[in-house]
Design a protein. Structure first.
Length: 66
């Protein structure tokens, strides 16, 4: 029994804070960063989707020459 007490704990350190439900400052920053990146990517996709049906000026010129 003495070997188990001095060895590694059965539960990792990070798991205890996750069980309590209070995130660390680094976790909150990571969440915020991921949210900002997701919003930026969504805006980019929405912008691309809104222009998808519009013909590009250079495409029209390239096809009219041929």
């Amino acid at each position: 029994m003495g070997e188990h007490e001095q060895g590694q704990p059965a539960v990792p350190r990070g798991a205890a804070s996750e069980d309590r439900g209070d995130p660390t400052t680094q976790q909150i920053r990571t969440i915020g960063q991921r949210r900002r990146e997701a919003e930026r990517k969504l805006d980019q996709h929405l912008e691309e989707a809104s222009h998808k049906g519009e013909p590009r000026a250079n495409e029209d010129e390239d096809h009219s020459e041929g």
